[in-house]
Design a protein around this ligand. Structure first.
Ligand code: PMV
Length: 363
């Protein structure tokens, strides 16, 4: 199957050019935690694609005079040359070289910026890696113009996955499934697929406010975190549970059972953290304010008819999920009662979006 992503023949010669893509972050509802080589998930995951939290990347490419062995590229992040990101991109290039054989034919400038504040604790690898993958696919399309749209997006997700697993869910569609599952048509461990089932109106334009409880570097890198699932005493049960949760959430989306959605999503978040708390070595990535927020959310739900719920990434920040119909009331509640638990009172309102967008450069 991977073989189909190796280009057969590249006939067109392109001296230089540039392309810009804007790609979003995503938030998993059923979490991916645990992987095997080469960046394949141990269980199926599903996410909402976000809209406002995104990375914009311009890839400039120029044919090299002498094709030397190594890759040749520079990274500019938020307007400044950045050496720190280069090793991660070098590793990414090595992993995808067989599928993108023209990588060494060009000198690249990769110029990126994020819509969210740097070091906000928001995972930027999903949006960052998918943006580079989209740009490379645009270049591949220049060189082999007869690529179908389906192949374009599938391979973009495939490449993004090799940069950062969850990045494969940041390419196309409002909800994306990654990992083979018998009940999701076309699902694959190799790339994300759009969740195309009928979705009840309550889940349309779902809102996500990200509370920045703790900013700064991640305490545990995701590579280390995924690694801790090897030999984890509860790994087998966890992976089986995630597969069952995919079946349940698929049903929930169709029927619109929002209470079941809340239970499933919060349980997934706490299970992710429970896995980290029970691995060797163990970690607590929640902060006291994470728990303050969770308790406030639970009380708010008890006191009102609200369907507000939370989910977590591998960190202390809280994603608050709620239906569009509650936008005004929940956002008031956040400003009044939850902003105090955020670093510098910062939070970001976001909602479900469509996926990557190509930006046309101004003449
Ligand atoms: O894509 P990675 O390797 O950074 O892993 C992301 C893992 C979680 O964000 C915790 C869960 C998920 O499915 O996105």
């Amino acid at each position: 199957m991977e073989q189909s992503f190796i280009p057969q023949k590249i006939e067109i010669f392109k001296e230089s050019g540039q392309v810009t893509w804007q790609t979003p972050s995503n938030i998993a509802l059923v979490k991916y935690w645990g992987k095997r080589e080469p960046q394949l998930p141990e269980n199926t995951s599903i996410s909402f694609t976000l809209s406002n939290c995104c990375t914009t990347t311009t890839l400039q490419y120029k044919k090299r005079e002498n094709k030397q062995d190594g890759f040749d590229f520079d990274v500019i992040f938020e307007g400044k040359k950045n050496e720190a990101f280069k090793p991660k991109i070098e590793t990414f290039f090595k992993r995808i070289e067989v599928y993108v054989p023209f990588l060494k034919d060009y000198y690249f400038t990769i110029e990126s910026s994020n819509s969210f504040p740097h070091s906000s604790g928001i995972a930027s690898s999903a949006s960052g890696m998918s943006a580079i993958a989209m740009c490379l696919m645009s270049l591949e399309k220049e060189l082999t113009p007869d690529l179908t749209e389906e192949f374009f997006y599938q391979k973009a997700s495939f490449l993004a996955r090799l940069g950062s697993g969850s990045a494969c869910r940041s390419v196309k569609g409002e909800m994306v499934v990654w990992g083979e599952h018998p009940e999701i048509k076309g699902s694959s461990d190799l790339y994300g697929v759009e969740f195309l089932d009928e979705v009840a109106p309550v889940f349309k334009n779902y809102q996500d406010t990200i509370l920045l409880v703790d900013k700064g570097e991640k305490q545990v890198s995701s590579t280390v975190g995924h690694g801790l699932m090897h030999g984890h005493p509860f790994a087998t049960q966890r992976f089986a549970q995630a597969q069952e949760n995919i079946s349940s959430i698929k049903n929930i989306f169709t029927t619109g059972e929002i209470d079941a959605f809340i239970t499933l999503v919060e349980s997934e978040a706490l299970t992710l953290h429970a896995m980290m708390m029970t691995s060797q070595p163990y970690f607590i990535l929640m902060k006291p304010n994470t728990l303050e927020v969770i308790n406030k959310v639970w009380k708010y739900r008890k006191d009102t008819d609200s369907k507000l719920c939370f989910t977590l990434d591998a960190g202390a920040n809280v994603h608050l999920l709620y239906p569009e119909a509650e936008k005004e009331t929940v956002q008031q509640f956040i400003s009044k009662e939850l902003a105090v638990f955020c670093k510098n009172g910062e939070f970001i309102h976001d909602q479900v979006g469509m996926g990557a967008k190509m930006l046309v450069d101004k003449p």
